[in-house]
Design a protein around this ligand. Structure first.
Ligand SMILES: Nc1ncnc2c1ncn2[C@@H]1O[C@H](COP(=O)(O)OP(=O)(O)OP(=O)(O)O)[C@@H](O)[C@H]1O
Ligand SMILES: [Mg+2]
Length: 510
């Protein structure tokens, strides 16, 4: 007789159903595992055997065959231990034969029969719920599974014995409660930043419209400091965004204690990061930094120090909002709609363009350093800003700076206006101006008469490219939203034109 247990395989953040079939048949004692399993899955045999023995159950001296179906879907990870063990227990009569009907099972086994935490419990629970199943998962992940639906059954045992006792009616397992992570330490606040009014303004615009932002300036000007304060002015995640973010975190095994958080992700990978670390992939498919920053901020400090190939690999996720990883026999897609914030020095010595500074290497210093960034990559950054060193007056006797709370209130208001406008234009899937493409943008950001005249002049004199033209419109729309203005005016366009990249400016001066 064949015992069947439902489990899942992960493709991106999707949980695909997998059927574990266990057969115990007469013959020479053997334990075979088939069905396109990777190394961690084939090792399940040893863990299952040891965990069953530790739980007082010996494997019968028969021929045991375990098949993971469908056989053409690659199976990765250690979460197949528990379904295999439970299938075997049911096959040898240690569990009632129908106990596992209507359950999807995932979990890793320790040699002593305990059930260890695994990644991906949230998507597995959501997938199980969609099929009308309950979920059996490790105790450490119960809180995460409980988020999928308030009325789906969730069993979160800490050991095989606990689960056997539950099904035998000796000790019932309670349903775990969903948990939100405590807010933890307060985020760094904008009030700490002295001076730097224009950089603060750019940060506010970036937060309001979701624009990508680049700070260029000498060392110690406060670029990293400013960028780290962006999360404190962003609105909290909406329930739908929270679910998307948590799915990625769950698949990456990054949900601490199964608790979800409504804070926007802020990822700041070191510049030595490899392409696999950045966009995902590697030996076992895992989401990269771009996906862990989904619906949040990806901060690249010291931008030109990143490998050029790694930076260029960001172009596709920046454009499409997803990271596609091609493996030998299949493709995996992770969501990756993030806001890019980058900081860099203008040259290697860091002082190029500073008044009173002359570099020993001359203009080549800045040119060589900046040449590490490709034009198309820079083109995807809406706001370019030069951050000068903090002035002595600001350092010694700073004017009182606004706190993050006040700025966050203006940002939230501007975002509300954008959401309503996108809904009115029949695009409720969009929420921030940065996501608006060409035709839609020209509809929502039509300048008034004076604005149109300025834009026409600017396009001619500055030789704006089509993409540059749209970039100006997009930023100007956000500026108008921050000001609560209905239409995009001359002042908004003039300010937006100031946030063009230095290359643009050089090109138009030439
Ligand atoms: N505007 C500022 N207001 C208050 N403190 C500042 C300011 N700018 C810099 N500092 C102080 O200087 C330190 C260094 O700043 P930060 O790391 O942000 O500089 P940076 O511009 O990123 O420099 P680098 O180019 O070397 O990375 C901060 O930790 C902070 O203590
Ligand atoms: Mg820095």
């Amino acid at each position: 007789m064949v015992q069947r247990v439902a489990t899942v395989a992960f493709e991106g953040v999707e949980a695909r159903p997998v059927d574990v079939q266990v057969q115990v048949a007469p013959g020479l004692p053997a334990f075979n595992l088939v069905g396109l399993a990777d190394k961690a899955v084939t090792e399940a045999k040893e863990r299952v055997r040891a965990a069953l023995i530790a739980s007082g159950l010996a494997l019968p001296a028969k021929r045991i065959t375990v098949n993971l179906a469908p056989a053409d879907l690659p199976k990765e990870g250690s979460h197949y231990d528990l379904p295999i063990a439970l299938g075997l227990m049911a096959a040898i009569g240690a569990l009632p034969a129908d106990a596992l009907d209507g359950f999807t099972v995932i979990g890793e086994l320790a040699l002593d029969g305990r059930i260890a935490a695994v990644a991906g419990v949230l998507p597995a629970a959501i997938g199980a719920n969609a099929r009308g199943h309950g979920l059996i998962c490790p105790a450490a992940c119960g809180a995460e599974a409980a988020w999928a639906s308030p009325d789906m059954p969730v069993l979160a045992p800490s050991s095989l014995m606990q689960l056997a006792n539950h099904f035998a009616g000796r000790q019932a397992l309670a349903r775990p409660d969903p948990r939100l992570a405590p807010d933890g330490a307060a985020l760094p606040d904008l009030a700490d930043v002295k001076g730097q009014e224009s950089a603060r303004r750019a940060l506010e615009i970036a937060a309001a419209g979701g624009h990508n932002l680049l700070f260029v300036g000498p060392p110690g000007a406060g670029k990293s400091m400013l960028a780290q304060r962006l999360p404190s002015i962003l609105p909290p995640l909406s329930p739908a965004e929270l679910l998307e973010v948590s799915m990625v975190a769950s698949v990456a095994g990054a949900l601490q204690g199964g608790a979800l958080t409504s804070r926007r992700p802020f990822r700041a990978p070191h510049h030595s990061a490899s392409m696999a670390a950045m966009v995902g992939g590697g030996m076992r498919a895992r989401p990269g930094e771009v996906s862990l920053a989904h619906n949040g901020v990806l901060f690249l400090d010291e931008l030109p120090e990143f490998q050029p190939a790694v930076l260029d690999s960001l172009r596709q996720p920046l454009e499409t909002g997803e990271a596609v990883i091609a493996r030998a026999n299949h493709r995996i897609t992770y969501p990756a709609r993030f806001q890019l914030v980058a900081a860099m020095n203008p040259c290697r010595c860091g002082q190029a363009g500073q008044p009173g500074h002359s570099c020993r290497r001359g203009p080549r210093c800045a040119a060589d350093y900046q040449a590490r960034l490709s034009g198309p990559f820079l083109d995807r950054i809406d706001l370019h800003l030069e951050v000068p060193a903090v002035s002595a007056a600001d350092l010694v006797r700073p004017a009182p700076a606004e706190s993050s709370r006040e700025v966050a209130a203006r940002v939230a208001q501007a975002r509300e206006i954008q959401r309503e406008r996108f809904a009115a234009f029949g695009r409720p899937d969009l929420s921030i101006n940065a996501q608006a493409g060409g035709p839609l943008l020209e509809d929502i950001a039509t300048p008034d008469e004076a604005g149109a005249a300025l834009l026409a002049d600017a396009a001619r004199v500055m030789r704006l490219s089509a993409r540059g033209f749209h970039r100006v419109l997009r930023v100007a729309r956000t500026l108008a939203d921050l000001a609560g203005a209905e239409s995009v005016g001359r002042a908004h366009l003039a300010e937006a034109l100031a946030y063009r990249s230095s290359e643009d400016r050089l090109a138009s001066a030439a």
